[in-house]
Design a protein. Structure first.
Length: 255
């Protein structure tokens, strides 16, 4: 509306009787006021355009940061899931080793228990044996069983020590796995808000872009009208100087 009004006003200047000094002065005053008004209007439009441009940059920056943050989270989750998979493989292996050792320890303890029973039985046989040769033979068996029992005790202690170390490893890896799983869960919780920010920022940026385009065009139009008006003002000022010069010349000639 403002642009159409100004265009109409510019066209109306051509109908002014410029050969009348008073009419010319009135037109110059009118043009000077209009140029001032146009400058103010253009400055207002420029200010609004810059404000929208700043908001547009902020929304686009927010969208870019959110997209970057989302990609970073997805990469972290992917990396941490791969780490969990590797830890799970180690845990499976360690757990299998632990179960195997526990079975071996249980088997050795069962054998040791049976051999202890047998040792007690042999001790009784020695106690009640009256035949020297038979007694020596039984004593040999006792020494063999005692030696084997000692080997079983050593084996059990060694395997229990190994089992304790593996159990510590299992607890350590389980703790690491739990920590990483917690990180993944926290990162997964932040994804929806980032996606929402990306969507809202994108929509806001599209809306602001349309507003920015409108204000840019309005600014360009206001500049064109201002330039055309200012050009007309300069032309009229030049006309005024010519009229004044001609008038001065006529006055000098009349003298």
């Amino acid at each position: 509306m403002m642009v159409n009004f100004l265009n109409l006003k510019v066209k109306s200047w051509s109908y002014y009787p410029l050969n009348r000094p008073l009419a010319l002065i009135e037109l110059l005053v009118s043009l000077e006021k209009l140029v001032k008004t146009l400058r103010q209007k253009k400055n207002e439009i420029t200010k609004l355009r810059k404000k929208v441009e700043k908001q547009l940059h902020q929304e686009r920056s927010t969208e870019r940061r959110s997209i970057s943050g989302l990609h970073s989270i997805e990469k972290k989750i992917e990396s941490e899931r791969a780490e969990i998979s590797a830890i799970s493989d180690i845990l499976t292996q360690k757990t299998s080793q632990l179960e195997s050792i526990e079975r071996l320890v249980q088997s050795a303890e069962d054998r040791l228990s049976r051999e202890k029973d047998e040792i007690e039985q042999i001790k009784q046989e020695i106690e009640f044996s009256e035949n020297p040769e038979e007694k020596l033979s039984i004593e040999d068996r006792l020494r063999s069983l005692l030696g084997h029992a000692d080997e079983l005790v050593t084996e059990i202690k060694s395997r229990q020590k190994t089992a304790k170390k593996i159990a510590t490893d299992v607890a350590q890896y389980s703790g690491i796995k739990s920590t990483i799983s917690g990180k993944i869960q926290n990162q997964l919780k932040s994804k929806p808000s980032l996606k929402e920010t990306i969507t809202s920022s994108h929509k806001a940026a599209e809306k602001l872009l349309q507003d920015f385009d409108r204000k840019t065009k309005a600014e360009e139009t206001a500049k064109k009208v201002l330039d055309r008006t200012f050009t007309k003002l300069k032309e009229l000022l030049a006309t005024q100087r010519k009229i004044a010069k001609a008038k001065a010349a006529r006055s000098a000639k009349a003298k």
